[in-house]
Design a protein around this ligand. Structure first.
Ligand code: UDX
Length: 451
């Protein structure tokens, strides 16, 4: 006699903070919908299993060199991962299928991060349904199609002289905003990524009210189901466990409590982008001269000795930092952005940071560095109008001016009001609107191929 069948999902994130976090949030959400969860992850930058006692974790050795791992070169690591992950992933999936049979379970679906596109062929070979999780914006994904279309019709390479021109079908994006504009390596990855069609479709960590048109067009060109079920961090809210690689410093929450409402600029470039020492010094001057309060994340490894560097700054800058600033190695960003003391975010515009800020109604001073960040910055400044576009010149006067525009000037105030409006729209989408519906559709879709 057959026992009760339990549905297990195998989730496969790449070893990057900005990708692992949303994958674990997705795992939490799907677990709360009755699925059993296995997370197959790289042996470095791994999640902490003790934070997720209900999940099964399987560390895998993909054979990347230490030099490659420490390089933080996402495009290069991704290319190698895709070459090397096929065999270990296949082994793990075969093993999971056997174990599932013994335990009266079924592997209902393989959910892999969109960066790890080569997993799809393994799922197909083993006749397992597959879904890709896209942890960047839908608009960013759409740029991949614009690129491949041009490649097919012989309109490449991009010329530098085009950089400020608008991409006709992606306005207000300019050619220079495209993640693959000046990166040959990225162009190779993009072509491979979009050649893949996961059998059950694509989960997008986005919200319809933010990207309705991009989602519609993606569905038309990509011809698979799209599930815009974000913002994942908001839906997985009941799970407060951290997936940070660096320990969060909660002392900054105590510091924030003593700051006036909406007076603090939160400064953070996420887990990869960084400033060089010379730029850090300009930031310190710019923040001090702006006379605004600030909470600044300087990640370990950004600079060899933070205290020594601080000592090298002129006295009045040091005094301003002591009086109006707080510097930490890594912040509990969710709580920081939700804190009433925070009135602005100087961000690299990574997609997670962008969503986290929008969900708390905090406007952004945009400083995109690479990849999807330029797309997100453009959406923030030109579509949702909650992002400040500034010169991005790392000189103290430019920084001081931009900080004051966001924190003090009427344009910043207007952005804060718009951000609050968006926050409410997102809340509705999550509670019983588009994201809620998409999640139900996703669960139904997984179950329907596993009857
Ligand atoms: C990377 C890419 O750079 C980004 O563009 C892409 O969209 C996702 O992958 P990352 O650069 O780390 O991510 O940026 P982001 O997407 O913003 O993710 C950073 C995460 O780290 C956020 O969830 C944020 O809350 C968290 N964080 C950051 C902290 O918890 N504490 C900090 O001090 C800084």
């Amino acid at each position: 006699m057959m026992g009760i069948q339990r549905h297990r999902l195998v989730l496969i994130p790449p070893p990057f903070q900005g990708h692992l976090t949303p994958m674990l949030q997705l795992a939490t959400i799907l677990h709360s919908r009755g699925f059993f969860i296995t997370v197959a992850h790289a042996h470095f930058n791994s999640p902490d299993p003790s934070n997720h006692p209900n999940f099964c974790f399987l560390p895998l050795f993909y054979g990347l060199s230490d030099t490659q791992i420490s390089s933080k070169n996402v495009v290069d690591i991704t290319a190698t991962l895709n070459k090397k992950c096929v065999s270990p992933i296949k082994e793990v999936l075969v093993d999971q299928i056997e174990k599932a049979n013994i335990n009266h379970e079924k592997i209902a679906c393989v959910i892999y991060d969109g960066l790890m596109y080569s997993i799809d062929s393994v799922a197909r070979e083993l006749k397992l349904p597959s879904i890709a999780l896209r942890t960047t914006s839908a608009t960013n994904f759409l740029t991949y199609h614009a690129f491949v279309q041009r490649q097919t019709s012989g309109c490449l390479p991009f010329q530098d002289s085009m950089s400020l021109d608008l991409v006709p079908e992606l306005e207000p994006l300019r050619f220079k905003d495209l993640p693959m504009f000046n990166s040959g390596d990225m162009q190779k990855q993009v072509a491979k990524t979009i050649a893949v069609r996961p059998s059950l479709g694509v989960i997008c960590n986005t919200v319809e009210c933010l990207e309705e048109e991009s989602l519609y067009r993606l569905h038309q060109v990509y011809k698979v189901s799209f599930f815009p079920i974000g913002p994942l961090h908001m839906i997985a809210e009941e799970d407060s466990s951290s997936s940070s690689f660096v320990e969060e410093d909660y002392s900054c929450i105590g510091w924030l409590k003593n700051q006036p409402r909406k007076s603090v600029l939160y400064v953070s470039l996420g887990s990869i982008a960084s400033w060089e020492e010379k730029e850090l010094t300009e930031v310190a001057w710019g923040l001090a001269n702006s006379k605004q309060r600030f909470l600044w994340v300087i990640r370990p490894g950004t600079i060899s000795d933070v205290s020594e560097w601080l000592q090298s700054l002129p006295k009045h800058v040091r005094e301003a930092i002591a009086e109006k600033g707080c510097i930490v190695k890594w912040a509990p960003q969710g709580e920081v952005l939700a804190h009433q003391g925070v009135g602005g975010f100087w961000s690299h515009c990574g997609w997670n940071s962008t969503l986290e800020s929008l969900c708390e109604g905090v406007p952004i001073m945009c400083q995109p560095h690479f990849g999807d960040q330029r797309v997100n910055a453009r959406l923030l400044s030109h579509v949702w109008k909650v992002g400040l576009e500034w010169s991005n010149v790392m000189e103290r006067d430019e920084i001081e001016g931009a900080v004051r525009r966001l924190m003090v000037n009427p344009e910043g105030k207007e952005m804060r009001q718009k951000a609050l409006k968006l926050k409410n729209e997102i809340k509705i989408a999550v509670k019983d609107g588009s994201s809620y519906d998409a999640l139900n559709r996703l669960v139904k879709s997984i179950l329907s191929v596993n009857v």
